[in-house]
Design a protein around this ligand. Structure first.
Ligand code: NDP
Ligand code: TDO
Length: 292
């Protein structure tokens, strides 16, 4: 076996984002990580995406970069589509030419979530907003390209850096006497580190798996914490773990008007991933570890 095979070159996008930042650490044991951000690879510039991949010639592309501003996407649909669908399509095309594999991330917002119960990978999709539609188009482009791939759909991502619900609540709870939080949207908060560490564990198995591994395992996997809650329940837990007192008022979706519609039930069943590769923590346990 050549050195190159033992240490695959990994092109990691969006390394300053929540998941990208964690992946930069988690992937160290998997290969040689070439981490790029918007300044060196702007996903809105498809020629640049192509040029960087052709110059770096990675064996693996890991793409957590995305347009994630759910409300803003409603007024920037073309840009969201370019970053979340067209850029991943270019990555898939270029990876296929190189004989490389692509790891990509998607969202619970590909579902319309009109009724309860955890969604499995084969359930029908039906995004309610521009962001969800752009992410779904990205998934579909990758699958259609025929590149060896893993698409991890995750949900309600938080961590101690970047822009996320956890940090917003910690800030608002200190600034305000009362927080009004939607209590009729159900999902599973997922720590960025859980996503990154799980990705690394799966890729370690891919590295051991030999030539047929990608053919046998390519596809979509749900990757979110176990259990479920609402944004209100998540906020209660955040404040409890952080030891912050603030009055919390549960409200309905209608009482919190925002530009983008969100699914009411978008809990993901991660059984497929857990059966094949890795156990996932309960969301409450992961939150506790994150805040430690
Ligand atoms: N956040 C969430 O709640 C969820 C996220 N996901 C998915 O998980 C993945 C990771 O998300 P997460 O880490 O939370 O997202 P973040 O918003 O924290 O990070 C996104 C990253 O993408 C980068 N990016 C945005 N636009 C461009 C661009 N034009 N060119 C290059 N880089 C760009 C950002 O760079 P910059 O810092 O310069 O803006 C940032 O580094 C994404 O695919 C997302 O769709 C799925 C479910 C929930
Ligand atoms: C700030 C705030 C939000 N909310 C509500 C609005 C919304 O319904 C819900 C979540 O708000 P946010 O806008 O922070 O979260 P949102 O941007 O919808 O989060 C989503 O991001 C994308 C990227 C994903 O892929 C999804 O999985 C999901 O994590 O909480 C309140 O009820 N009260 C508040 O004070």
């Amino acid at each position: 076996m050549t050195r190159r095979n033992r240490q695959p070159k990994i092109l990691l996008t969006g390394c300053s984002g929540q998941v990208g930042h964690e992946l930069r650490r988690s992937l160290q044991g998997i290969g040689e990580v070439i981490a790029v951000d918007r300044s060196s690879m702007d996903l809105a510039n498809l020629d640049q995406v192509r040029d960087v991949i052709r110059a770096e010639r990675p064996q693996l592309i890991v793409n957590p970069a995305a347009y994630t501003a759910v409300d803003k996407a409603e007024t920037e649909p073309a840009l969201a589509h370019r970053i979340n669908a067209e850029a991943p399509a270019v990555m898939a095309e270029e990876a296929k030419v190189l004989g490389a594999a692509l790891v990509h991330y998607s969202t619970d917002y590909v579902f319309s979530g009109q009724d309860g119960g955890a969604r499995v990978e084969t359930d029908p999709v039906g995004p309610l907003n521009v962001y969800g539609a752009s992410k779904l188009a990205g998934e579909q482009a990758i699958a259609a390209s025929g590149v060896p791939h893993l698409i991890f759909r995750t949900s309600w991502v938080y961590g101690m850096r970047g822009k996320n619900f956890l940090l917003t609540m910690l800030r608002l709870a200190k600034e305000r006497d009362e927080l009004r939080i939607v209590s009729d949207q159900h999902g599973a908060p997922t720590w960025s580190r859980t996503i990154a560490d799980s990705t690394a564990l799966v890729l370690a198995q891919a590295g051991q798996g030999g030539a047929g591994w990608w053919e046998a395992n390519s596809g979509i996997y749900h990757l979110s914490s176990q259990g479920e809650t609402t944004w209100f329940g998540f906020t209660q837990a955040i404040l409890e773990e952080a030891g912050i007192a603030c009055k919390l008022v549960p409200i309905t979706t209608e009482e919190y008007p925002v530009p983008a519609k969100r699914p009411q039930f978008s809990v993901l069943s991660s059984e497929r991933l857990q059966e094949r590769f890795v156990r996932l923590p309960h969301w409450r346990e992961a939150l506790r570890l994150c805040l430690e």
